[in-house]
Design a protein around this ligand. Sequence first.
Ligand SMILES: *Cc1c(COP(=O)(O)O)cnc(C)c1O
Length: 375
Amino acid sequence: MENIQMVDLVSQYQNIKAEIDDAIISVAASAKYIRGPQVQSFQENLANYLDVNHVIACANGTDALQIALMALGLERGDEVIVPAFTYVATAEVIGLLGLKPVMVDVDSSTFNITAVQIEKAITNKTKAIVPVHLYGQSCDMEPIMKLAKKHNLFVIEDNAQAIGSDYSFFDGSTKKTGTLGHIGCTSFFPSKNLGCYGDGGAMFTSDGELANKIRMIANHGQAKKYHHSVIGVNSRLDTIQAAILDIKLKSLDIYSEARNSVAKKYDEAFKCIESIDTPVRDVKSSHVFHQYTLKIKEGKRDKLQEYLKERNVPSMIYYPIPLYKQKAFESYWDNIPLECTEDLCANVLSLPIHTEMGANTQEYIIENVINFINK
Ligand SMILES: *Cc1c(COP(=O)(O)O)cnc(C)c1O
């Protein structure tokens, strides 16, 4: 078995090649590389898909988080609550804007932050919460929104890993992740569930006033050309990327199903193994499996990764170090380690999962994991 990849973007492209090539050529021929009609069209189609009033595309997911925070009008030193177990971008933009990231522990089974953990971290300086829907599954947002309302906090969802996932409310109704808080942010990095062929990102909101602020900030602080009312940034989605995303959006649900069937096979293969915990499905959320992440117990994680590597099976550790232990975040840490975050950093391992995973490839991966355990 050769050349197994975490994500197989080449095979995915081959399956939609004709349509993608046409779209790219047509943008090239139009010369409308910036703010071409495909950007508008994609924003509208994504807004329809998500059932949200406004989608504002930007240059990447990190910018999306930054611009969303800028739109809230916070002041230096204000506190923003984030999970300690996430990608650096979530907390980085908070520090960049002179705000204070306050890191809280995640739940050991869902890997997401909960209202209970958030509440303990709320002070009179807290202004916002950034829940991250990690690996493709929604945080339990109903209690989080209730808590936010009680304390008058903004909620910005980091939906970079969970686009397409549905959250279920207590009354049985559902909503897409990214549309549950005040602003949702996502990334179209190539390996994300809805990925383009370069960098891209977007913000979603149903609040018209926030949408106007976001649009203005992303465009040099101007609502009218050469009239700059606030300090903004330059963050746009290229027309070519929008054209590609508009095509891939049509298949997003099919892609999520494909990821789910891969996950199901992994679950079945590993569920009876004592030293492996398979991903827990939260009844409140559908899962879009941006990552398929196991907990490998008994301190065997690193040895398993080495064993797989020797047999050409890639695997990844998302994430090996708690954010508060990163040098850049030193000054925000009170030296008290967070139990679940520490446990996950030491034990998680993500296996290859993507939309074109062949049965033979997956069987080979499973076989090698099991061989290692039985060794
Ligand atoms: C990928 C990712 C981001 C950042 O997206 P970029 O487009 O790479 O800037 C932010 N948060 C999370 C959780 C991510 O996975």
